[in-house]
Design a protein around this ligand. Structure first.
Ligand code: 9MR
Length: 370
């Protein structure tokens, strides 16, 4: 075959791409034997609407979480009426691709409709009636996916930043014991499922103490808690490597596993500290959106380093860390594009807006293979 002068360099380039693709390892291969690597997926990803995204999910990850599809308002928007259509597709997706499938979440103060806490509109419900609603919800949802959802975030974000219990409607109406009650029913509904308590900012000592108290209370009551979900809504400058290490080790000492459940690393300026409280809102300001076109090289390097450091810590604690889940597939999907300021351009994940791997992904794979 006669090759034209211009064809040869192209051919060589393609051959080297193919060679890279052959030797290039996927994230799930790099993490094999250490922990699951997961990704939170949205409605279009559950529906496999985009072939490229679908390939990334199934090739790079071995676990999925539902970003919103299993929250109370989606499953159970009206009294006595469940809509499992999307949740069924989510669980079918996990089953079809043999992915460790996570349920998120049963009890949360957010994304739960008002009717749950009212007997008639505007009138608060009694404790007994709310217990019955919680019981029915847990048994309907956990029971439906028994054996197909491997882990449930049973209670989400029950703590204030100072480590005290958040005064949610759950707590106001049911009292502090609502957490034990929810775990007990989840355990009854699927005795094999792993059950977790999930929260953000657990690296802060006061909040960590609050989470430890929750774990101990469940253990004392003889109710199963398998893992604590450290959400991992991190920043370039927070938490420190030593805080992250100490937090994982504090839970390990209690005999529970740790899952990093919602990892992303915010590179944008924050005028509201490090909280991941969904109720926070902040007005738009160009200073808070400094990279509308592209991430500068030096910030990209910091992000890469940060991902590498965190995964090194997770890998060092592989006896305790059973899963690391990214909260979104690509930067385009991230909730951080719209929280707490609407319309920012955010860069917190391992795949860029086009769904291409970022240097951080390669750095993480490298760390995991050492
Ligand atoms: O990523 C979710 C986003 O799409 C929703 O708008 C938001 C609404 O509450 O919830 C986000 O997910 C949250 C998760 O369920 C719990 N921890 C904080 C996450 C980010 O807000």
């Amino acid at each position: 075959m006669h090759l034209q002068k211009t064809t040869l360099p192209l051919l060589l380039l393609c051959l080297s791409c193919a060679a890279w693709a052959q030797t290039g390892i996927t994230l799930r291969q790099a993490a094999q034997g250490k922990f699951h690597v997961g990704v939170a997926i949205n409605t279009s990803q559950i529906e496999a609407a985009d072939a490229k995204e679908d390939r990334i999910i199934t090739q790079q990850f071995d676990s999925i979480s539902p970003e919103n599809a299993l929250k109370w308002e989606r499953l159970h928007a009206k009294p006595g009426v469940y809509d499992f259509a999307l949740a069924d597709r989510y669980v079918d997706y996990g089953t079809k691709h043999h992915l460790y499938t996570v349920g998120h979440t049963l009890v949360w103060h957010s994304q739960v409709p008002d009717w749950v806490f009212e007997s008639t509109p505007g009138k608060p419900i009694t404790r007994a009636a709310l217990l019955e609603r919680l019981h029915d919800h847990i048994f309907a949802v956990v029971g439906r996916y028994k054996g197909r959802i491997q882990a449930w975030d049973v209670v989400n974000e029950a703590l204030n930043d100072d480590g005290s219990l958040r005064d949610s409607k759950w707590r106001q109406i049911l009292g502090d014991d609502y957490i034990v009650q929810a775990f007990r029913w989840a355990q009854e509904a699927d005795p094999q499922a792993e059950l977790g308590y999930n929260d953000y900012s657990l690296e802060n000592p006061k909040k960590l103490a609050g989470a430890i108290a929750i774990v101990k209370k469940l253990q004392t009551a003889g109710v199963k808690i398998s893992y604590v979900g450290i959400q991992g809504h991190d920043h370039l400058d927070w938490p420190s490597n030593s805080d992250e290490t100490q937090t994982i080790e504090a839970f390990a000492r209690l005999g529970v596993k740790v899952a990093i459940t919602e990892l992303d690393i915010d590179v944008l300026p924050s005028a509201w500290g490090h909280s991941a409280d969904v109720s926070l809102k902040h007005t738009a300001d160009a200073k808070l959106n400094p990279y509308p076109k592209a991430l500068p090289e030096d910030v990209s390097r910091q992000l890469t380093q940060r991902y590498a450091d965190l995964f090194r810590i997770y890998a060092e604690h592989r006896q305790s860390v059973e899963r690391v889940t990214l909260w979104g597939l690509s930067d385009r999907d991230s909730w951080l594009n719209n929280w707490p300021v609407v319309g920012r351009t955010s860069y917190p994940l391992l795949f860029d807006r086009k769904g291409d791997p970022k240097p951080a992904l390669l750095a993480v794979e490298d760390v995991l293979q050492k």
